[in-house]
Design a protein around this ligand. Structure first.
Ligand code: GRG
Length: 299
């Protein structure tokens, strides 16, 4: 089976796990539940839950605690996109080739759907405590909760988004500022995904540090690749308008260093990440393929 078919299978399998945690419900609060489901089911690549489970497998985990965290991280990722598309942020009308949540519903409902997904992420991750079979398991779940909410909060994704919004007002963004944005806005959640996968497998500190280093590189490379795609991809491929960085006068790795240098940095970071992962006694070829796909992706 080639990688594309394998990826399709894995996405289906991942969706089978994470959609179990989606909310149902009608009545006066039903519309926000509909908007949450709409955004969650709009066709994402499910990269974060897949990175989590595949890292877990690489580290010898048996999967007993991981399902709620796979769903929770995708909920956090989805809420960040719903809010990022709002007129108060990027004002994007398309996401994954479909109307973004605020276009499909309205702004108030998109704010609430994002809030609802973030809240549901914590409720869902907490369900992992019910799966714990020992005091050790309970500690692992508590540590995984810390990682998830640290990396998605003010010292991670939200902090990075804040720096990004501030940087948009400035015409002299430095490379240091830009790396801060990428490290937090994008890489932090990918680090949470891979670190939680490793942690729940019960790895030692040294292994966790190695996984985190690889995840950081993957995160940075993924974002720089996103900058390149904004210039080189077509709207059809990307499922959203291209050239938005240029239109918004946004400083990106490409505007600071040029396309060739951006592509070389993507390659350097991803090679280093793959080298770390290949240094493990076990191998997970699908994880390596997934990382290469993320870095070489056309959308
Ligand atoms: C609103 C708190 C808050 C944060 C927003 C994630 C984010 C921060 C903004 C989204 C814009 C953006 C370009 C982020 C960089 C990371 C990235 C390329 C996200 C898209 O992730 P994919 O490709 O998305 O995994 P799919 O659609 O496959 O789920």
């Amino acid at each position: 089976m080639d990688f594309k078919d394998e990826m399709k299978n894995r996405i289906e399998r991942t969706e089978g796990i994470i959609t179990r945690y989606l909310p149902g419900g009608e009545g006066y609060g039903g519309r926000v539940i509909e908007a949450m489901n709409y955004s969650f089911m709009a066709g994402g690549k499910r990269i974060r839950p897949m990175l989590m489970i595949e890292t877990h497998i690489l580290c010898g985990g048996d999967g007993r605690l991981i399902a709620p965290f796979m769903a929770a991280i995708e909920m956090i990722h989805t809420y960040s996109l719903v809010h990022d598309d709002l007129p108060a942020m990027d004002g994007d009308e398309l996401r994954r080739g479909k109307p973004s949540t605020w276009k499909q519903y309205d702004e108030a409902m998109a704010v609430l759907a994002g809030d609802g997904l973030l809240n549901l992420a914590s409720e869902t991750a907490l369900l992992a405590f019910d799966l714990a079979e020992s005091a050790f398991d309970t500690t692992l779940v508590a540590e995984a909760m810390k990682l998830l909410f640290y990396h998605s909060g003010i010292n991670g994704m939200i902090g990075g988004q804040c720096a990004d919004v501030e940087a948009e007002k400035s015409s002299d963004v430095t490379m240091e500022q830009l790396i801060y944005v990428y490290k937090n806005k994008t890489a932090a959640l990918l680090r949470a995904a891979m670190d939680i996968g490793a942690l729940l497998a019960g790895v030692d500190d040294e292994t966790l540090i190695a996984i985190d280093r690889a995840a950081y590189n993957v995160g940075l490379a993924f974002q720089i690749r996103d900058d390149v795609l904004d210039v080189t991809a077509s709207e059809e491929e990307l499922g959203k308008p291209i050239g938005s960085d240029d239109r918004n006068n946004k400083t990106t790795y490409v505007t600071l260093e040029g396309i060739e240098s951006a592509e070389a940095e993507v390659r350097r970071l991803s090679d280093e990440a793959l080298e770390i992962l290949r240094g493990f006694t076990a191998r997970n070829e699908f994880l390596e393929g997934l990382i290469s796909y993320m870095i070489d992706r056309k959308a």
